[in-house]
Structures are given as C-alpha cells and as structure tokens.
Design a protein around this ligand. Sequence first.
Ligand SMILES: CC(C)[C@H](C(=O)O)[C@@H](O)C(=O)O
Ligand code: SF4
Length: 437
Amino acid sequence: MGMTIAEKILAAHSGHTTLTPGQLIECQTDWVLCHEITTPAALRMLEERGMDRVFNPDQIVAVPDHSVPAMNIKAAQMYQKLKSWVKEKGIKHFYDVGRGGIAHVVLENTGLMKPGQTLVSGDSHTCNAGALGTFATGVGSTDLAGAIYAGMVWFKVPETMLIKVTGQTQQGVTPKDIVLEVIKRIGADGANYLVMEWVGDYIDNLDMEGRFTLANMAIEAGGKTGIVAVDDTTRAYMAERGVTPDQYTEYQSDPDAKYKVMVEVDASQVEPTVAYPNIPSNGRVAGSDHIPVTHAYVGSCTNGRISDLRDVARILKGNKVAEGVQMIVVPATQLIWKQAAQEGLLEIFVDAGASVSYPSCGACLGMHSGVLGPNDVCISSTNRNFVGRMGDPSAAIYLASPATVAASAVAGFIADPRAYNHTLPNTSAQVTGGAAD
Ligand SMILES: CC(C)[C@H](C(=O)O)[C@@H](O)C(=O)O
Ligand code: SF4
C-alpha cells in the first residue's frame, strides 16, 4: 500500500520499509532543539539518573528564546542552566541572546534542518519545520531527555489529514488567514494526533515563509505536525543556505497513500480571518464586529518573519497607530531585525508610533515585553488566544494575520486589511544563514 511523506520519513528513521498508522516505533532523531524553558527539566531528569550525556553535541541546536533577555532572577537561572550545559557538553549550534531569536525561526533559517530529517523539541510549535518536508514535532520533557541522551524517541505512527488548497487569495489575505480558516472548519481538536499535509496549487505557489506559518499552526488543531512536500521552492530555499539536493532526501506521498480525511479549501473564498477569544478555532471575518483594541502585537514563531513585517509596514507607512493603542512589533530573529532595519521597516514602525522590541517569544505567552493587563483587548499575530495566554485572564486576545493586526492598530478597532494597498520598495531580499555557531 502507498505511504505518505510522514510515514516514509518515520520508516527511514526506524529501520522499517513500511509502516502502518498506529504502530509503535523507536525513531532516530536527526536534531534536538533545546530552549531554556523545557530543557532544564529534561537535564535534571538525566542528572538525577546519572545519565548526564548528550547523544551527539553536533546534532543539538540550543536557542534561548522565551524569557530572554531575562526579566527576573528565575528566568536568568533558566538561561544560565542552558548556557552552562551547552558549554559543558560542547553543543555545537548555540544561538545565544543577541545572535539568535525565536528558536523555530532561527532553526528554519540556518540550513541545518534538511528535508527528509526528523526533529524533536520540548516545544509544541516544533511542527514549524515540517514546511521543509521534515517530520518535526514537540515532545514532553521525558521524551526530550531520552532524545538528548540517546538520539531516539518513540512514536505511535500518526495518520495523515490531507489539506488541499486551490486558487489564489484576494489581496490582503495571507497564509495565516488560510490556516485560521482551516482550524475554524475542523476545530481545535480536528487534527488530533494527525499529520496535516498541505497540497494544492495555492501551496505550490506559496513561498517558504508562508509555508512555515501553515506548518507552525498544526498544533492549534491538535496536529502531530504539519508537512509540505519538497519542491523547487524548498530546493531554492535550501540552496540559498548552501545546502544542495545531494545533502538531503526528498519524500513525496504515493498516489495511493491512505489519508484519514481530506479538507478542501478554495483560497479565493477565504477572507481576512480573526480568531475570537478564547480558542484559535473561533474564526470570523475581520471587521464584522466593532471591537476596539488596546494592544496590537506582531511577532512569534508563526508570524514574526520578514514578509510579515513588510505586510505591517505597507499598512503603517504614512499612517499612525490610533491613540490609545499600544502596538508592539517583535522581529522573530536578529537577522530579521537587521533586515527590517536595512529595508527601513523599523523606521516606518517607529514613525507610526509602534514599539519595536528585541527578538524573543515576549508577550506571545505573556512572559514579558507587552504583557496584557486586566480587560485589555489585543489583536495579535500569534497562535494562541487561550484565557491568560498573554497576561491577565480577563484580557481578550484576537488572533489574526500581521496585515490585519496593522490595519486594526491604525483603525483602533479590529479592521479589514483589504482597505489598505501600499507598496514598499526593495522587498525581495531574503534573510539567510545562522547568526553565529
Ligand atoms: C514554553 C513552551 C513549552 C510552550 C510550547 O510548548 O508551546 C510555548 O512555546 C508556547 O507557545 O506555549
Ligand atoms: S513564539 Fe510563542 S508560540 Fe512560538 S515558541 Fe515562543 S511562546 Fe511558543
């Protein structure tokens, strides 16, 4: 019987020629991604058992990102723990504060993670890397400990959901709107333990940044991971990072691969979508209700990339953030921050009255740099709008694309970005490479 991409990658990493969903496998992991929030717990587990080693210091990527630069002593200690372990074990790929940013976005950009590989991390948005045709998923601290120690992790082979997106979007509609629309249709548990495989001519025409946004949000529908097959866009992306096709394996799903369910989306019918509180599946058309906002947040591993910042700048250029609205823009990595500076985007943000922050997870999970207070109302390009996610439990979080966030910041209430159509010069440059190894 035919196999999906995910099944093929898992088979290749577990010594099987075929696999059936539901089967339990022991799987090799090519990469382990470590940040300062979940790694310390995994390290403590290993230390307590006298198993304090790493399977291969060259296959671990460490990036402090959630609570950096530290905003309190506890955060400083977590950071210190990660950093001292990196030093002690000789972890090769360490992207320290000032040289990295949000771990998933740092990793996608380095060229380290290659098509056909496997990745685990103690972070649920690890699925982000699936856009490169990889099997990448978040695991708990115990599995993370096992992966650090042995380079192995066990999985129940997931079934796959096929999401076929055809046609082209209207101007002002972005991949974030597509994925919010899909989650709205299938529900926040609609892809529970399923691989979400994206196909269709919309995907074929989509750049890598958009594909990362789609793969990144798989977990918001309960997905085990998101995945996009390798094509010329992926190959070009890898080539820009000095990686040639002989250095990786491309897997395609067989024509007779078995899918648990198929979802079809006509991209031309998707409108700018806003997920209302308190669940990402609560999507409605942007601007359908008059909802004044106090905060507008652009950032995160979902939507803090250079193309996102350009979308925001197009709308903010020549406009002002409405009085009473606090707008915060967080470029996801140092390299994106620098690129945005070079293109003049940061100046546009500042002129419009927005704060530009340093790369980090920041207020995405309510840790720092824009934490919401009681009854605040935030339109955000992040991925979760659960109660208390960005701060006080009484604050309301509306999830949207960066374009919708920018349009809303200018309007002072949740607005439809289609009313804006500014152009920016010099917007084709790519952000490539690792910041520092
Ligand atoms: C802190 C970390 C474990 C968490 C996750 O796993 O996703 C965070 O990144 C989040 O987005 O909630
Ligand atoms: S940016 Fe937000 S969603 Fe992404 S890893 Fe950080 S906290 Fe999690």
